[in-house]
Design a protein around this ligand. Structure first.
Ligand SMILES: Cc1cc2nc3c(=O)[nH]c(=O)nc-3n(C[C@H](O)[C@H](O)[C@H](O)COP(=O)(O)OP(=O)(O)OC[C@H]3O[C@@H](n4cnc5c(N)ncnc54)[C@H](O)[C@@H]3O)c2cc1C
Length: 531
């Protein structure tokens, strides 16, 4: 059969966009199917998607947010934001763009072999970036790649809260980590971000728009894939819903890059998953693959809020590094620095946000705006949780959402680590140096000191960093739960591959956006190596 396309990439997000671009560079005919809109120029993107200083598209009611219902722990429902537009979650996220650590790659190498070692992936990390500050360091960095990486606080006008947190970290003897994407000792340092000017530089702007005129790279928006069409063990196409109806589109190979939730959901709906569970919802089993939707990880997170001293609000007075007036809260970055530190057995991350959550999200969340100075928050994350989540089909109907259970805080070790994380953040927030900007920290000393009270506080404030990874992981022969091989080829079906964070056996110990882009780059290289 002569088909119009060599490859269909399902999802034009963090991993799908770079994958499609690189396959096209190598001469393949590629069709990208994206469920959300597919703007054809920067100007066609909605302003709140482009504004790196806002998180409005992550509000549950925003049309570019999938807003998947989930349960973080028993009795803790939560709406999981994911981008639904070309660029995927990189079009709606907070824009912090940190590489996974060497130790993360060491773990993946054990499971996935030499192709996932740090040394094998470093060239990919270099080519994906244009690092504004460290691009000249060619051993470690790239200066000419599609993803602009910059550190806003180095622009010379760091926010007062960034200064104060930095001073608090220094007073506590925490190392200063100048390049968070290098190999220094973890500590406090300037946050690398994928922003260009004030634009959140999503992967579609970076990779797809510059190649938009190529006839053999076709991007279709408003095209939602419902399932993979499999004929006698071979994936031959996808069933797609568009405004014109439902159609089957064919290609030589199908690659799923629909993200950590939708990729396993598509596998399950296509009959690839735990056989008994598939049968119980009336899906015909194509390949019994017990690991689909299981064993994934994410970063539990809580907000530790604090009230600034200055009634006029620190955020409002801030003058952005480019000299624009800081009269409005849109005038500067969401966050400028990050702390990564081990406390006991906990890998802790603290992000001092520079704008109140209510104003970042807008919409309903902004309801409290009139009620005095809104608090700012330290986002406190646990980067090495033991919790493993599960995604299940409730129905074969593609319109019925999957069931997502995080199982956070059920392991005693995670509760202990979360306590260590909040105590570390609490110590810095209540330090003399941070008192320069903070009037009150909204957690009581007695709560910080008592394990039971702190556990209850953490449960009540529980959130997630939205970094879901490993829901259809690669693995060696010893892993019964491995869904694919290290090249992303799905076990039990030919012509079908996975190319997004679903593949990673464990969540990176940093935010995963950079690693998702790397996966796109890496999978393209691995596919070419097979050709
Ligand atoms: C609000 C928010 C803030 C975040 N902040 C950060 C951060 O600051 N730093 C960081 O490192 N990480 C952050 N993350 C996480 C990071 O952005 C994601 O982990 C990463 O983008 C995931 O990449 P992906 O390619 O797996 O999926 P995505 O980037 O989500 O891409 C999946 C794409 O597939 C499309 N799609 C899904 N299903 C279908 C279907 N059936 N048919 C067709 N298309 C489909 C989607 O619309 C989407 O475009 C954040 C995430 C969110 C939601």
């Amino acid at each position: 059969v002569k088909r119009a396309f060599d490859v269909i990439v399902v999802g034009g997000g963090a991993a799908g966009a770079p994958l499609a671009a690189r396959l096209s560079d190598a001469g393949r005919r590629v069709l990208v199917l994206e469920a959300g809109p597919a703007p054809r120029s920067l100007e066609e993107y909605p302003p709140d998607i482009l504004d790196a200083g806002s998180l409005r598209a992550a509000d549950p009611g925003h049309p570019q947010n999938w807003a998947f219902p989930a349960e973080l722990a028993e009795g803790r429902p939560y709406s999981i934001a994911r981008g639904r537009i070309l660029g995927g979650s990189t079009a709606v996220n907070a824009g912090y763009f940190m590489r996974a650590r060497r130790a993360d790659f060491d773990q993946w190498e054990i499971v996935g072999g030499p192709e996932w070692s740090y040394d094998a992936c470093l060239p990919g990390l270099r080519v994906l970036e244009a690092d504004v500050q460290y691009g000249a360091d060619a051993a470690l960095h790239g200066a000419h790649g599609p993803m602009t990486v910059t550190r806003p606080s180095l622009g010379g006008a760091a926010h007062p809260a960034t200064h104060a947190f930095s001073a608090a970290a220094a007073a506590a003897g925490i190392p200063y980590e100048t390049d968070k994407n290098g190999e220094q000792r973890p500590g406090w340092g300037p946050l690398p971000m994928n922003v260009r000017g004030s634009v959140r530089w999503n992967t579609a702007l970076a990779y797809l728009l510059p190649r938009r005129k190529r006839p053999e790279l076709v991007v279709r928006g408003d095209a939602t894939v419902q399932r993979v069409v499999i004929d006698r063990g071979r994936a031959v196409g996808v069933e797609v819903r568009t405004p014109d109806g439902i159609a089957v589109m064919q290609a030589g190979e199908i690659v799923l890059a629909a993200g950590g939730i939708q990729t396993p959901a598509l596998l399950l709906r296509s009959g690839i998953g735990p056989a008994a569970a598939l049968r119980s919802v009336g899906v015909e089993v194509v390949a019994d693959s017990p690991g689909v939707g299981t064993g994934w990880s994410d970063h539990p997170q809580v907000s530790l809020e604090w009230l600034p001293r200055d009634d006029a609000h620190l955020g409002r007075r801030h003058r952005a590094p480019d000299g624009r007036s800081g009269d409005t809260i849109d005038g500067g970055p969401v966050v400028e620095g990050v702390l990564n530190l081990r406390s006991g057995s906990a890998e802790v991350e603290v992000l001092p946000l520079l704008k109140p959550t209510s104003e970042l999200l807008g919409g309903d969340a902004a309801g409290g705006r009139e009620a005095g100075t809104p608090p700012l928050a330290l986002l406190v994350g646990l980067q090495n949780p033991e919790a493993r989540g599960r995604i299940r089909l409730v129905s074969a109907d593609p319109d019925v959402p999957v069931k997502i259970d995080y199982d956070y805080l059920s392991a005693e070790r995670d509760r202990e680590r979360m306590r260590a994380a909040v105590r570390l953040a609490g110590e810095l927030a209540t330090s003399a140096a941070f008192a320069e900007v903070a009037q009150t920290v909204l957690i009581e000393q007695e709560v910080l000191e008592d394990d039971g009270a702190l556990d209850a506080w953490i449960r009540a404030h529980l959130g997630t960093a939205l970094h879901l990874s490993g829901s259809a992981r690669f693995g060696g022969v010893v892993d019964d739960g491995a869904v694919a091989d290290p090249h992303g080829r799905v076990h039990g079906v030919t012509g079908l591959r996975i190319a997004d964070l679903s593949l990673l056996p464990t969540v990176p110990s940093r935010g995963p956006a950079n690693t998702a882009v790397l996966i796109g780059e890496r999978l393209a290289a691995l596919m070419e190596s097979e050709a």
